[in-house]
Design a protein around this ligand. Structure first.
Ligand SMILES: [Zn+2]
Length: 212
């Protein structure tokens, strides 16, 4: 874990001196505590994709809960989640909740299906700037986290007109963490160390983007 490394202390001192402002905080008078919104896909009556004895809704919740715990253990961030248990949440609930809370960033976590293999991630079409920076930071850290445990294909950074990317009022990214209906991918998703590495990758990407 990174913790309070010398580099982090230097960053904090510089920020306190007004020398460094993270991109997301540009224009604000003081460095506020960033508000990270985590959105585990599906839940409750919506299982999401299923395959190889796995359900998407359980995997997304496991990854999101661990991402939250890693963030809270090591960084000064506020974390809110669209759900912390197996309950049904509409897409509108998720984006309304994040917008009302005033989230700094929105990270939606999903598992893919359809017979492919590997990791891919999405932002809204045409977005640049902070959204593209968040996308790049999360994509690269998640991929390297996954690859610390197993062999994972990089399917790339993509764009899509998804509700949670379109209706969020802050930089938003959606990750598709392997294919539940592909045996090799499912075997990684059944590995607790892989789930933890995937969560750590999300946390690392988030704190990298936030400049923490
Ligand atoms: Zn999904």
């Amino acid at each position: 874990m990174i913790g309070n490394s010398p580099a982090r202390r230097r960053t904090l001192l510089a920020a306190a001196a007004g020398l460094v402002v993270a991109p997301w905080a540009a224009g604000t008078a003081h460095a506020a505590v960033p508000k990270v919104y985590l959105d585990p896909g599906h839940g409750g009556t919506d299982s999401g994709a299923v395959g190889n004895g796995l359900t998407e809704k359980a995997l997304t919740l496991a990854i999101a809960l661990q991402t939250r715990d890693i963030l809270k253990a090591s960084w000064n961030v506020d974390v809110r989640m669209s759900r912390t248990s197996d309950v049904t949440r509409s897409l509108t609930y998720r984006t309304d909740d994040a917008n009302a809370w005033g989230a700094t960033i929105f990270v939606s976590i999903h598992i893919n299906a359809g017979g492919g293999t590997g990791f891919e991630s999405y932002r809204y079409p045409g977005t640049t700037g902070n959204t593209a920076a968040l996308h790049s930071a999360v994509h690269s850290r998640v991929l390297s986290g996954m690859r610390s445990v197993g062999s994972v294909t990089d399917r790339g950074l993509k764009t899509a007109n998804f509700h949670v990317l379109r209706e969020t009022a802050m930089p938003a990214v959606l990750t598709e963490n392997l294919f539940i209906d592909t045996v090799a991918d499912a075997n990684l998703l059944k590995n607790a160390a892989f789930i933890t590495a995937t969560a750590r990758g999300h946390a690392n990407g988030i704190v990298s983007y936030l400049g923490l």
